[in-house]
Design a binder for this molecule. Sequence first.
Ligand code: FDP
Length: 341
Amino acid sequence: MDHAADAHRTDLMTITRFVLNEQSKHPESRGDFTILLSHIVLGCKFVCTAVNKAGLAKLIGLAGETNVQGEEQKKLDVLSNEVFIKALVSSGRTSILVSEEDEEATIVEKSKRGRYCVVFDPLDGSSNIDCGVSIGTIFGIYALNDGHEPSLDDVLQPGKNMLAAGYCMYGSSCTLVLSTGGGVNGFTLDPSLGEFILTHPDIKIPKKGKIYSVNEGNAKNWDGPTAKYVEQCKFPKDGSSPKSLRYIGSMVADVHRTLLYGGIFLYPADKKSPNGKLRVLYEVFPMSFLMEQAGGQAFTGKQRALDLVPKKIHERSPIFLGSYDDVEEIKALYAAEEKKE
Ligand code: FDP
């Protein structure tokens, strides 16, 4: 019997243990971040259970509909938002929350305030809920600037100022991917234990990938560099093999695949949507943060994505993210276009 291997299997690195280990490297730390993260994890577990039960529990459907008992049904994304807002406020560690679901930011009442601001999309990819495709929660965490009343300026910060970012994917398994600025780690929910266990330590994205991921239905409205890049993916001029196309249309799932297998995910600007579709604070920034931490790149078509300074909480931006070399190629095409102008 291989006792060493057995011991390895029984030595479970839960996400809490992992974050506590990280925390012990910073003697000044007071454990606030660990508490905040445990509340985010609770939200993810709740949403995971709700997503799994959605078909049975009739959680899907329109918000405001009533069920057979005459109770009002809550749409899954509305329910997920409520769960996250309540979990984050009750953590006592947050001061401002920005959610994709709420037009205005939530300023936490004084008695429950803490040192962090959380920007999040409680259930991204919601158009996929009703057909069982993987969806996810995306979040980013900023520190509150000390000694003043919390204001929107605390979250209208470039993505490079984030302390941590992550997502939880509700797919064939429930996977939480997290970076606190020292690399990227992936944890899978063990449903029998109710714990996220470290299954993907120190994720590094391949330097170059074989997959491109984009909604090609928008091609007629693309700008020159995007159109040229996608053409190059299909008809490479350097004799290399064409890339494969994979597009789920659910950002967390598309980015998760890109992170693990390499390649590029694009949601470019087009004539109809000059700023693209994806939201800066809780889609573009957290995913760009993770990509950079895994050795990849994220570019807006004009600049490094994490350098962007948002002016509004629900601002959008085009985004190209993934393997270092693949993003380098699209950057070269935009640079050449700029030279022509
Ligand atoms: P959804 O509309 O289903 O909520 O930003 C939301 C998002 O999904 C992303 O998850 C996804 O990557 C993108 O929109 C898909 O957009 P298209 O349908 O325009 O391709």
